[in-house]
Design a protein around this ligand. Structure first.
Ligand code: PEP
Ligand code: MN
Length: 341
């Protein structure tokens, strides 16, 4: 349940409404937005007396919220959430944030070289996997902790914040101290233990949509992180499993609109994993921005043919540079500012 305050309510009226809700047995989440202040009930809101609350002075109206996600729900928090990254980029609002880099960190030369290229082209952050979730145990598994060290060096060289995937709660300390944005991969979207731990993290979390997850399941995973106290969640659509096999996954562009209607959290799109084909990445990136994405996560490799992971879907630094120029125009059309790194 949410209680929407009248414009011009007094502090006494606010306190009175909060107390009445708390007396009804719920915790109250106060969201002070640009236009409205909303009191969201956490817990067993069904016990609250809706009529009584609606009649309180300063209260405009009371709404029942049927969705199971609350903190991630736009009804609880009408304004878009924005998330500041180290280095000055802001995710969400009217910005367009581009995160680019290789699927996997392979060597210092590779990661620093790509970091320099994508920074020059205007990326706001560097991606690169160090702990890789591979379908086969015989495939390259990533450089693990050494990969994180190489990412840190690339950050020192370029100033770009680093985004990388966590796979295990064992690595929480390492990530908390070294990484700027912690990525939760599609395969771990419902690793609830991991999500609960990330709820205690001070770092923004990039939460990928699960391989076959519904939008509600995805938002419930965001809710796990937020319920733990970490409200800095960026959602990332990366394609879902369908009957179609031409592409690696099927990019669900409508998910951007659905999520932005239902939630205040920023939404990114990863066209690389969605399509699995480098030649589709640019067009799908433009489409995602046209559809309202707050950012993109793009795989860029200096030598895609010899990449240790996901070469076929990786674009080159030159192609990335061209794409950034096209993105700038589309961003302007939809009223967004492309953040320059
Ligand atoms: C990745 O971003 O490198 C990755 C493994 O993505 P996903 O979890 O979406 O498959
Ligand atoms: Mn990849």
């Amino acid at each position: 349940m949410v209680v929407i305050m009248k414009s011009g309510f007094s502090q006494k009226e606010l306190e009175n409404a909060i107390r009445t809700m708390e007396d009804g047995g719920v915790k109250v989440m106060v969201s002070k937005g640009s236009e409205t202040t909303i009191l969201g009930a956490e817990g067993h809101a069904d016990k609250l007396d809706q009529d009584k609350l609606s009649l309180l002075p300063g209260v405009e109206r009371v709404m029942r919220v049927s969705e199971p996600y609350k903190k991630a729900n736009r009804k609880y928090h009408p304004d878009d959430t924005t998330i500041a990254l180290p280095g000055g980029a802001v995710v969400g609002g009217n910005r367009l944030t581009i995160v680019a880099g290789p699927c996997s960190v392979e060597s210092q030369r590779q990661i620093t070289g790509i970091a320099q290229s994508v920074k020059l082209a205007g990326a706001a952050a560097l991606r690169g996997g160090a702990f890789k979730p591979r379908t086969s145990p015989y495939s390259f598994q990533g450089l693990a902790e050494e990969g994180i060290r190489l990412l840190e060096e690339a950050r020192r060289e370029t100033g770009l914040p680093i985004v990388t995937e966590i796979m295990s709660t064992d690595d929480l300390e390492l990530f908390e101290s070294c990484v700027d944005v912690i990525q939760v991969g599609a395969r771990n979207m419902q690793n609830f233990d991991l999500l609960k731990q990330l709820g205690k993290s001070k770092k923004p979390i990039l939460l990928k949509r699960g391989l076959s997850s519904t939008i509600e399941e995805w938002l419930m995973s965001a809710e796990y992180i937020m319920a733990g106290g970490n409200h800095q969640v960026i959602l990332c659509e990366r394609g879902i499993r369908t009957f179609e096999t031409f592409t690696r996954n099927t990019l669900d562009l409508s998910a951007i609109l659905a999520v932005k209607q239902q939630s205040h959290l920023p939404v990114f799109v990863d066209p690389s994993h969605a399509c699995g084909k480098a030649w589709m990445v640019a067009r799908m990136s433009l489409a995602a921005v046209a559809a309202g994405a707050d950012g993109l996560l793009i795989e860029v490799h200096n030598d895609p043919k010899n990449a240790l992971c996901d070469g076929p879907q990786s674009i080159t630094p030159d192609e990335f540079c061209t794409l950034m120029q096209q993105l700038d125009s589309v961003a302007q059309c939809v009223g967004r500012t492309l953040h320059a790194g």
